[in-house]
Design a protein around this ligand. Structure first.
Ligand code: FE2
Length: 307
């Protein structure tokens, strides 16, 4: 595949999208739903209007909330097989434990990239402090599909503390890019992905813009974490909790903050797998038979238990 040689361009507010900018294929508003033991999330997909953005299967936004003591909820012991879960925290701490004996805490700015592969049972819970005393919580979980050849690979974990994640900041401090996967500007991510993925957290000050080159064969979208911005060749508006799906008609993902408020956006892009997707709850395989096998393996304890 051809990787872009251009590293990204920053523009001031008078510049607009250019002929290398991707068009906007759709703008999807998240639905409000509940996950795990009942914590509230905003979900742009999978929904009625968008089932997946190959290779991405799900995006859950745990919206910023201040929780009362005892109100925090998580996702107690549950299995996964056939894909990867990526957790990115902005506020609060989550504790993770799994059947492979791994455990850890992720806090503000940290990323956990878990490759479930053939299967794990894990729990994702608020830490004791948040459970007992309440506090702020804000984060994301993204599911990344694995190609058929990797679906039964051994599980693996990449826990990346915020301090180890490269950040680009423009000299005028109007453009900030955290490079979680892939490349932006002169920064390259430390994480290892199974298939080519770009995952950036971009913060733009009012009026600032960014043209991020992404190979045209990658599917790409932007998710507005907070603020209002203008996206794509058409500079279409989108705001908090909306997903902007880009076409594969050009290279650059263009975004610009409004003149009045900062913009916080996740950019996700990846080479599509173009394989059949059979999904049932926490299992994502290629065929129904493989889903039935996953259920059997889980029920018979072959994905392990958390000690
Ligand atoms: Fe999970």
């Amino acid at each position: 595949m051809r990787l872009s040689s251009r590293k990204g361009e920053i523009m001031n507010s008078t510049n607009k999208s250019n002929k290398r900018s991707r068009t906007v294929k759709g703008i999807i508003t998240s639905i409000a739903t509940r996950e795990g033991a009942g914590f509230a999330v905003r979900r742009p997909f999978p929904t009625q209007s968008l089932s997946l953005v190959d290779p991405f299967l799900l995006l859950d936004h745990m919206e910023p909330v201040t929780l009362a003591p005892g109100a925090a909820k998580g996702a107690p012991d549950h299995p996964h097989r056939g894909f990867e879960t990526v957790t990115y925290m902005l506020e609060g701490h989550f504790v993770h434990k799994d059947s492979a004996g791994n455990s850890g805490t992720i806090g503000p700015g940290d990323v956990q990239w878990m490759t479930a592969g053939q299967g794990v049972v894990h729990s994702e819970m608020p830490d004791e402090e948040l459970l007992d005393n309440g506090g702020r919580l804000h984060g994301f979980q993204i599911w990344v599909n694995l190609p058929a050849k990797d679906k039964m690979m051994p599980p693996r974990y990449q826990d990346i503390p915020s301090a180890n994640i490269p950040i680009y900041e423009s000299a005028d401090r109007k453009v900030w890019v955290k490079v979680i996967a892939g490349k932006s500007m002169d920064k390259e991510a430390v994480i290892d992905t199974r298939t080519p993925i770009t995952f950036l957290h971009v913060r733009l000050q009012p009026g600032a813009s960014l043209s991020q080159p992404i190979p045209p064969q990658y599917n790409a979208f932007a998710y507005v974490v907070e603020g209002k911005g203008y996206f794509g060749k058409e500079t279409l508006p989108a705001s908090t909790d909306q997903l902007v799906l880009f076409g594969n008609d050009a290279e650059d993902v263009f975004l610009q903050a409004s003149d009045y408020e900062p913009l916080s956006v996740l950019i996700l892009a990846g080479l599509p797998l173009d394989e059949p997707v059979a999904r049932y709850g926490p299992f994502v395989m290629n065929t129904q038979n493989e889903i039935v096998q996953a259920l059997k393996d889980y029920q018979s304890g072959r994905m392990g238990v958390i000690n």
